[in-house]
Design a protein around this ligand. Sequence first.
Ligand code: KG4
Ligand code: ZN
Length: 344
Amino acid sequence: MGITILAIESSCDETSASVCRDGVVLSNIIATQKVHAQYGGVVPELASRAHLQNIVPVVAQALEAAGCNKHTLSAVAFTQSPGLLGALLVGAQFAKSMALALNIPLIGVHHMQAHVLANMVTERQPSFPFLCLTVSGGHTQIVLCKSPLEQQVVGTTIDDAAGEAFDKSAKLLGLPYPGGPLIDAYAKHGNTNRFSFPEPQIPGLDFSFSGVKTAILYFLQNAGLSQVYKPAQVASTEDQLAFIQNNLPDLCASIQHRIVSILLKKLQKASKETGIRQICLAGGVSANSYLRSQFTAMGQQLGWQTYIPPFEYCTDNAGMIAITAYYKFLAGQFIDLDAKVSAR
Ligand code: KG4
Ligand code: ZN
């Protein structure tokens, strides 16, 4: 029969369900909530409501695509932390109800731990120990992964996450949320060296992105154009708007180049300090095409074995939750029906 696990992810603005059997992901259904774009960021209350609407059909699709029914499940898993409290609660309550009704074990998964283990969904997998650069909208971490369930954060951001740096820069350029993928797209036609943004000098393996964001803001203000900074409406004057429009690909390429170079410099340092050359990417920002190509090139140059999850396992997805739950199942790490979710 094997170990068949249904996993649910609802920590932010993706409602996702996945079924995995014996560590192989059979389905990974993701419903992305479009409702937030008009607000320039995720609205927690709207996220919870959309999860409520999506969760039944998404779970049904995941079971069907995996060719199994709920009576063959060995356990149910859900994202327990971190994330938006109301959003997490929807997935948790649904998973608990299923575990109770089917009388099967319940597994709580840490979202960031799962992002790292997204590297275990394909046949070609890193061997332990490996380093993982996890870059998402809420986190930027270098993780030393000694075994699936033994992960140690060795570097983290002291202010914004890399995804935030992308999204906030995009906002300054007048692009809609989430701006990361748009910066990636415009940058494909731009010159990475046209504009130079400063590199932060942070000791150790930690990151900082707030300085880059401020530099971009001042740069746009000073582009010979505008005088007034209006927080709610940054690209304000006609001159500024015209400048941005005329230089958008170069601006995006230069901003992206700086964010990616900050990330890869620390990753290189972490590899040097630990002597580990099995190196992975994870998290929503690892969907960025420039990060992927620069990471691969750096790996070739330094003799690393590099790994990047397939695209659908980079941004939030339940497949990574299912894989993590599988290792937890093997280790007998189950939780009670009254287990709480946690935002942090
Ligand atoms: O991991 P994720 O889906 O959600 C969180 O757990 O935060 O990451 C979302 C982040 C957003 O900031 C989004 O702009 C960024 O990943 N992102 C990208 C790209 N695709 C998603 N950033 C840059 N380039 C991309 N292609
Ligand atoms: Zn995430």
